[in-house]
Design a protein around this ligand. Structure first.
Ligand SMILES: [Ca+2]
Ligand SMILES: [Ca+2]
Length: 189
């Protein structure tokens, strides 16, 4: 009897009958808690697809990591290897200071004033030549992208990771949690 007595308003706080802990509100609280836990569990289970990851106006589209033919040590061949990025946002991007890195020490920095309109792509070729409005050159005297697998990482001018694209060499028809789809020559990021 004493436990069910409602607390009188204005009376000093008492430990014997807390006002709001009725069985109904407790059940409701547990239901809400359970729903929250289920949502959290679902989010934890959702597979992090290799492609999905990041919020990004600039997107790595593909890496032509192993152009057809033998890998000759020649600029004309280095130029056949490339990585491609696309502006998937709605505004023109200024890419000054954005960078692309391989899994080793190689780093490409977009030069000052590089712009990319919405829906447009830029191709960055490994060898040396003069940049055009659609093709830039890494200007390396070597290949960049390993034929046996590599990871391309794209960073904003503030060093924020926009995308990480890991591929295995050879043909992989489906992307997995850790690596993207590839053909013999190209990784689709
Ligand atoms: Ca991508
Ligand atoms: Ca290569």
């Amino acid at each position: 009897m004493q436990l069910l007595r409602p607390a009188t308003r204005g009376s000093p706080a008492s430990s014997e009958a807390p006002m709001n802990t009725t069985p109904v509100s407790r059940a409701r609280f547990l239901a809400v808690l359970l729903a929250a836990l289920m949502v959290a569990a679902l989010m934890a289970i959702a597979p992090p697809v290799a492609e999905a990851a990041v919020k990004k106006p600039l997107d790595i589209v593909k890496i032509h990591y192993d152009p057809a033919g033998k890998d000759h040590s020649k600029n004309s061949h280095y130029k056949k290897e490339f990585i491609q990025v696309k502006n998937i946002g709605k505004k023109t991007l200024t890419l000054t200071g954005y960078t692309i890195r391989d899994n080793g020490p190689q780093k490409f920095t977009f030069s000052k004033g590089t712009k990319l309109k919405p829906g447009k792509t830029l191709t960055i070729r490994s060898g040396k030549a003069k940049n055009t409005s659609t093709t830039l050159y890494w200007n390396k005297s070597s290949y960049i992208w390993n034929n046996t697998g590599d990871t391309a990482r794209l960073y904003s001018n503030k060093g924020k990771l926009l995308e990480s694209c890991k591929y295995k060499g050879g043909v992989h028809k489906k992307a997995t949690k850790t690596s993207v789809r590839t053909t013999k020559t190209t990784a689709y990021c």
